[in-house]
Design a protein. Structure first.
Length: 150
C-alpha cells in the first residue's frame, strides 16, 4: 500500500444556511453555480470489512451494507431528501486503492479532535494534527487502513 492522506474539514460558514435543494445560486459577480460541486464519492478498499471497522470506529457511525448488482458496498449515512451528498466504500481494484492526489473532505460535525484521537486505535495514522485554515475552520490529515486519498 502506498502512503495516502485523508482529510476531514469542519467548515464554519457565516450567513444563511441553504439546505434541502439542488437549486442554483447567483450573485452579482459570479455566474450561476450549483450549491454542491460534489454529488457522490466512492472509496475503494482491498478489504471491505477492515475499511468498515476503521470508518465506523473513527466516525462513530454505522455504514449501511448494500449490494448493487454483484458489488457489495458500504453507504455513509446522509439525508438525500435534504439534498445531502453521500458516498460509499466498495471492494474494488479498479482503480486500485491507494494515494493518488485527490482529497475529499468529510464533515465530522465539529468533532475533529475526537475523530483524530480515534484514528491510531482504529489502525490509521494521524499525519497532521488539528490545523486552522482561516475562517473555514480546521483540518486534520491522516492515513487510513486502505491507503486511499480521501
Amino acid at each position: 500500500m502506498g502512503l495516502s492522506l485523508a482529510c476531514f474539514m469542519v467548515f464554519v460558514v457565516a450567513g444563511q444556511r441553504l439546505s434541502g435543494t439542488n437549486k442554483r445560486v447567483t450573485n452579482n459577480t459570479m455566474n450561476t453555480k450549483k450549491i454542491h460541486a460534489l454529488n457522490w464519492f466512492e472509496i475503494h478498499a482491498a478489504n471491505l470489512q477492515r475499511a468498515k471497522r476503521f470508518y465506523e470506529t473513527i466516525l462513530q457511525i454505522s455504514l449501511e451494507e448494500v449490494k448493487l448488482g454483484d458489488i457489495p458496498e458500504l453507504l455513509f449515512p446522509f439525508d438525500h431528501t435534504q439534498g445531502g451528498v453521500g458516498g460509499s466504500i466498495l471492494e474494488s481494484n479498479t482503480p486500485p486503492p491507494g494515494g493518488g492526489g485527490t482529497l475529499v473532505y468529510l464533515n465530522v460535525e465539529g468533532d475533529l479532535d475526537e475523530v483524530l484521537g480515534r484514528i491510531p486505535d482504529a489502525g490509521g495514522t494521524v499525519t497532521k494534527s488539528r490545523t486552522p485554515i482561516g475562517h473555514y475552520g480546521f483540518i486534520g490529515i491522516f492515513k487510513d487502513t486502505e491507503g486511499n486519498s480521501i
